[in-house]
Design a protein around this ligand. Structure first.
Ligand SMILES: Nc1ncnc2c1ncn2[C@@H]1O[C@H](COP(=O)(O)OP(=O)(O)OP(=O)(O)O)[C@@H](O)[C@H]1O
Ligand SMILES: [Mg+2]
Length: 269
């Protein structure tokens, strides 16, 4: 039997707008609104992809949920986690535990700390150490990796360390911000299948990417972001068939996917 909880997204973002005030020369004030009226949900056991061009506001959305926007950002709108309002205080308590971010750049690793200490996050108990070893193992990283410093890791290893550090505490919401660029196709697919597995284990996964093809293959739902707003939210299948896409930008994205142009021409004939 389904309960009301089944229908309630784990994360709900409603009408989120982010503004920045910038001061130019002569105290001239300029207001930017790189995110406008974004409404988005992430369900338990589902992978929701947010797809959009560079600069469309994907990372800002992730950072707003994580509560790590720069100090000069003004945030309007509402966010809920597990039915309750997600305010600054609650984000602080949930971050790194129930809500985890796999950040966009590997530069988020602390260059002065070895992998083991980054994953322990200040907790040196044997229980924590065991969890860290397990998380590393999950991504094919040996116990020895814990002794390495970020500069000793290859790009692919660093990404796996970021993934491992996000899942040490078995979070309920995982936000992966562009986890695949720069990775060989095989590794990229592996990273996505790991994320997929986390969602199958019950987590809500928010996958941020500009790789629509990969998103269409792995995600359940796709939200298309264009210039700071979400212009379309569809089942991932829509990007395999092209049916049910209503916004010109998502149609253009669909047409640009490998093989689709030819497919459309074939249909036209
Ligand atoms: N601190 C800031 N002050 C002013 N503008 C900002 C700030 N941070 C981001 N922006 C602007 O917000 C917009 C969205 O940025 P964001 O990093 O979210 O894009 P993105 O979709 O993640 O891009 P990418 O795919 O390149 O990672 C950009 O135009 C960016 O210049
Ligand atoms: Mg980004």
């Amino acid at each position: 039997m389904q309960t009301a909880q089944d229908h309630q997204p784990l994360l709900a973002v409603e009408d989120l707008t982010i503004r920045f005030l910038q001061y130019g020369r002569g105290l001239r004030r300029r207001e930017l609104a790189p995110l406008q009226h974004v409404t988005l949900g992430a369900d338990r056991g589902q992978m929701t992809a947010v797809v959009g061009a560079s600069g469309s506001g994907k990372s800002l959305l992730a950072h707003a949920v994580m509560g790590i926007l720069p100090y000069n950002a003004q945030v309007l709108g509402r966010m809920y986690f597990d039915g309750g309002p997600l305010d600054a205080q609650r984000i602080e308590a949930l971050r790194g535990r129930e809500i985890a971010l796999i950040p966009q750049g590997v530069s988020w690793l602390d260059p002065l700390m070895n992998v083991g200490r980054q994953l322990q996050n200040g907790d040196r108990s044997p229980q924590r150490k065991a969890l860290c070893t397990k998380a590393l193992q999950r991504y094919g990283l040996s116990e020895e990796t814990q002794k390495l410093y970020p500069f000793q890791l290859s790009g692919g290893m660093a990404r796996r360390v970021l993934m491992a550090s996000a899942v040490v505490e078995a979070p309920r919401l995982i936000i992966a911000d562009e986890p695949t660029p720069g990775l060989p196709a095989v590794t990229a697919r592996r990273v996505l299948s790991h994320l997929r597995q986390l969602s199958q284990e019950g987590a809500a996964v928010l996958l941020i990417t500009h790789d629509l093809e990969l998103a269409a293959q792995t995600a359940d739902r796709i939200a298309v972001m264009y210039e700071g707003t979400i212009v379309e939210q569809v089942e991932a299948e829509a990007f395999q068939t092209g049916e049910g896409l209503s916004h010109p930008y998502s149609q253009a994205l669909f047409d640009a996917m490998p093989g689709h142009d030819g497919f459309l021409k074939l249909k036209g004939r």
